[in-house]
Each structure stands twice: as C-alpha cells, then as structure tokens.
Ligand binder design. Sequence first.
Ligand SMILES: CC(C)(COP(=O)(O)OP(=O)(O)OC[C@H]1O[C@@H](n2cnc3c(N)ncnc32)[C@H](O)[C@@H]1OP(=O)(O)O)[C@@H](O)C(=O)NCCC(=O)NCCS
Length: 325
Amino acid sequence: MRRYSRIAGTGSSLPPRRVTNDDLVAQLAQQGIETSDEWIVERTGIRSRHFAERDVASSDLALEASRRALEAAGRQPQDIDLIIVATSTPDMVFPSTACILQHKLGANGCPAFDVQAVCSGFVYALTVADAMIQSGAASRALVVGAEVFSRILDFKDRTTCVLFGDGAGAVVLEASETPGILASDLHADGSHVGILCVPGNVYGGQILGDPLLKMDGQAVFKLAVGLLDKAARATLDKAGLTDADVDWLIPHQANIRIMQSTARKLKLPMDKVVVTVDQHGNTSAASIPLALDHAVRAGQVKPGQTVLLEGVGGGFTWGAVLLKI
Ligand SMILES: CC(C)(COP(=O)(O)OP(=O)(O)OC[C@H]1O[C@@H](n2cnc3c(N)ncnc32)[C@H](O)[C@@H]1OP(=O)(O)O)[C@@H](O)C(=O)NCCC(=O)NCCS
C-alpha cells in the first residue's frame, strides 16, 4: 500500500508587539523619511505587522507555534522523528534553528535541520518532509517556518521596511494511508540572486558587506506573478486535478496585488484565497503556515478540503504544494 503524508495539526505564533502603518509612519518621520498608511495599503494591502523584541529569536516563535501544532495533533514532542525549520533569520550562523528548537521542545534524538529558501522555505520544507515520510525515513515530522525579519530590515529604506513582519507557523506531518499531500513542484533560478537578498556575511569576526535586506520591488513583482501561476498549474497537473478542484489557495503573503493576480490567473475568486498579509505583512517562510493555521482555527479551511499552497522568494525560489487537509 502506498504511504502518504498528511497534516495532523497546525499552530502559529506572533510576537505581541503589533506595529500599524501609522506607527511606522511616525517612526520613519523621525528620520525624515516620508510614507503613509494610504501608500502602504494601496500598493501592498498591508495594514499592520508584528515585531519581536530584541531577546526573541526565530526558535522562540518556532517553539510556541510547534507546541500549538503538537497540541492540535494530540502529540508530544517525543512522538516527533524529524524536525525541519524553514528560516532566513536563524538564531545563529550555526547550529541550525531546528537543533535549537529540538532542544527547547525536549524532542532530542531525531534528525533536525534548516531549509533556506527564503519566502519559499515552507513549501520546500514541506516537500522534503513529505518525501522523507513517503520513503519511510520518517513517520511524524514537525515542519516549521519561523522568521524575525524585523532585524534585517533597513529602516532608512521605505521601499522595503514597510513590507515585512515577524512570526512562525508549524504543522505536524504524519504518515498516512490516505493523502495528504497530493503533489508539489519546486524551482529555483540563481541568476536572480541580486533582486532580493541580504548580501552581508561574517568574515574574521566582522560583518562583510551590508547585512540588511535589499530588493528591486518591481523586478520581484513581475517575476513572482509569472512564476506562481506556472508552479500552481504544474502541481495541479501532477495530481490530475484542475483549478476547479481547489477549495482554498494559500499563497505566500507578500503583497495583495500579487495574490489577486495569481487568483485571477487560476480563475479563483478572492473568497477562496486565505489573506493574512493585511495583519501580518510578509513574514517570509512563516507566512504560509501562519495563514494556514489562522484559516484552520477560524473554521475557514475544513477537513477534507483541497488546499493549494504557493511560495515565492529570494534565490529566486518558487513552488507549490497541493494537499487535502
Ligand atoms: C515594493 C512595491 C510595493 C513597490 O510598489 P510599486 O508600485 O512598484 O512602487 P515603485 O517602486 O514604482 O515606487 C513608486 C513611488 O513610490 C515611492 N515609494 C516607495 N516606497 C514608498 C513608501 N513606503 N511610502 C511612500 N512612497 C513610497 C517610490 O519612491 C516611488 O516614488 P517616485 O515615483 O517619486 O520615484 C512593489 O514593487 C512590490 O510589492 N514588489 C514585490 C515585493 C515583494 O512582494 N517582495 C517579497 C517577495 S517574497
């Protein structure tokens, strides 16, 4: 009998400090930088985001999200035999945030590693966990997206600092006789490294290069709109389904205009699209599992429904995962 993987529980976590557009307008004004709630809402759909305090790391947000996902799945940390954390804002250069999370959870012993695919990180991590479960290498995985992007933002650059936020989302993915994950489709094109990056690195105890986020917003926008549609169609084709079979689209929450454009291309009305970008901003690898958990807990996404997840981000990376919840 074929072995599948299935989501058994979801969880998420947001740092308590909510920063509205008006809060940011006031903060930037102190440095003589002009922006407005109207501009941010019109161009991005973002109204607020959450920022973690200085002493809160990605692993702390991941821990809270993981505990909630485990509780929803009716599982204990000891039941987990694989931990994958998708993050571009790890606690340390090494070890991985997944190892730090494992220790905080008290789930020691199982394999634990990070996946670095920026905003596509969660669809990458979920695809890897699904493959490991299908192969028999794991039976019950914790798959997490966790970020503290607020600490790599350049608050002198109004074109980027208004877009991102902090948070974490997690799922427990278990071996199952019924699907679960139906298909996935992942891609990367490293020729676009420069359009979205944090170019700094550590050299001899010093930071070499600029450790703050750089983005060519228009180039990212154009690429994202074209690529997401292709990945979604390829994933549906692999599963032998069409856009009419999709109950919910949960896209990476970067910009409402990118989400609207993708939905239009897939002929999905916006009431089939889970939207949290207005409240969370772009939380990179955390955005999809955060949105999924919010939709599950709000009773929007229901057991048995077909859900299409789509990620796109730095690298350039992109991909989609189709699943039955
Ligand atoms: C960043 C983004 C919102 C900018 O929107 P845009 O419509 O492309 O805007 P432009 O870059 O053309 O800038 C238009 C004007 O707004 C200004 N502007 C930029 N940021 C601003 C801000 N926060 N507040 C006010 N004005 C701003 C620009 O300086 C420019 O002014 P000018 O015309 O006088 O030169 C948009 O390109 C985008 O969403 N890109 C994708 C980003 C993304 O999703 N990244 C993550 C992918 S994982």
